[in-house]
Design a protein around this ligand. Structure first.
Ligand SMILES: Nc1ncnc2c1ncn2[C@@H]1O[C@H](COP(=O)(O)OP(=O)(O)OP(=O)(O)O)[C@@H](O)[C@H]1O
Length: 332
């Protein structure tokens, strides 16, 4: 593996008596989309703000391209483009003006016109910030994080407040940016976003790393079995449940049989990874033809549960709230 472009070791950050980041370590390889995933308040933003040299750490080290960001925060400003959650642009500034203004802060900025083209903003170049949709504001915030031609872009809660379609469009743009060679550090509380977009990630909870790996690798490493959901025709449900329930005592592969919450026709069968081998012959013997059989796939939510003992809760999805644009820290 190449030398990491970002290396965080035993990072600790407190606000008075509040421990925001307890002990966080990870390493990011050049060219990857690396995720920092965790529930609200887990310490994600504090981690990236400290990493970018915008906050003073209480312990640990952060190196970006070998530079200690705590000792030399100014030196990393040209390497790291930061899009953070807070602060907003002036309502009246247009997309084009904002990009040109920020370009002026850098010795070797990216071309605003090229960035607008890449982020589908060209048609909105003359539109004022206040008139942009949530998705357009987010695309502008990505453009601003890239205006200094950084090697690494830090994108924090990029799709919060966007509707599902705008969120998917933004994911495609993030991949497009990565394809230009920029390493991406993606802060998110959306499991689906992390699963879909990240090459590797850390899951952070209460200021600590609880898991690190590729999304699929973390899911594959989960212990335990499978859940198969069988859907019967209404007239077969009761008989189906009875026939399957006997398997719990009779068959070592089957551990539980229960109706699926909120469904009148589905029965969930839990068991070992071989549970399907027991289920299908039992249905055949009873001559019960199901309408549907599906395996419930595991996700990063199961990974979180396995590592913390708690279900993943992020609070309300604020898909309707206004997106905030932050550019703090991109100014030299
Ligand atoms: N300036 C501050 N002063 C005091 N406490 C803070 C400050 N900033 C953050 N915190 C607290 O530190 C903890 C970690 O916050 P942080 O914003 O880093 O978490 P996060 O994972 O990014 O969550 P969110 O997505 O909600 O911002 C939280 O309990 C938060 O309330």
């Amino acid at each position: 593996m190449a030398d990491p472009i970002v290396e965080v070791r035993n990072l600790r950050k407190t606000y008075g008596s509040k421990v925001a980041v307890d002990d966080v370590s990870f390493a990011v390889q050049p060219g990857e989309i690396f995720g920092i995933l965790g529930p609200n308040g887990a310490g994600k933003t504090t981690t990236v703000e400290t990493l970018a040299g915008l906050r003073t750490a209480d312990g640990g080290t952060v190196r970006v391209r070998g530079i200690d960001t705590q000792r030399d925060p100014v030196a990393v400003r040209d390497i790291l483009g930061v899009q953070l959650q807070e602060a907003a642009l002036h309502d009246k500034i247009t997309v084009g003006e904002a990009l040109n203004l920020f370009a002026g802060f850098y010795a070797d900025p990216a071309d605003p016109a090229e960035l607008m083209a890449m982020l589908d903003l060209t048609a909105h170049a003359d539109r004022r910030f206040a008139k942009l949709s949530g998705g357009q504001k987010q695309r502008l915030s990505i453009a601003l994080s890239l205006i200094g031609n950084p090697e690494i872009a830090v994108l924090d809660e990029l799709t919060t407040g966007l509707d599902p379609q705008a969120r998917r469009n933004t994911w495609e743009l993030v991949e497009r940016v990565r394809d230009t060679g920029v390493t991406i550090l993606l802060v998110t509380h959306f499991m689906e976003e992390a699963e879909r977009l990240c090459d590797r990630l850390v899951i952070i909870d209460a200021g600590n790393v609880v898991a690190e790996g590729t999304p699929q690798g973390l899911i594959d490493a989960l212990e335990g079995g499978r859940t198969v959901v069988v859907r019967f025709a209404p007239q077969d449900v009761e008989r189906g449940r009875r026939e399957l329930a006997v398997l719990v005592d009779r068959d070592a592969e089957v551990e539980g049989v229960a109706p699926v919450d909120g469904s009148d026709t589905e029965i969930a069968v839990t068991g070992t990874r071989r549970v399907l081998f027991s289920l299908v012959p039992a249905l055949a013997t009873a001559d019960l033809v199901p309408d549907d059989v599906r395996t419930v796939t595991k996700s990063l939510e199961d990974v979180f549960l396995a590592h913390t003992g708690r279900a993943y809760a992020t609070g309300a999805d604020d898909a309707t709230t206004d997106t905030v644009l932050a550019t703090e820290g991109v100014r030299p």
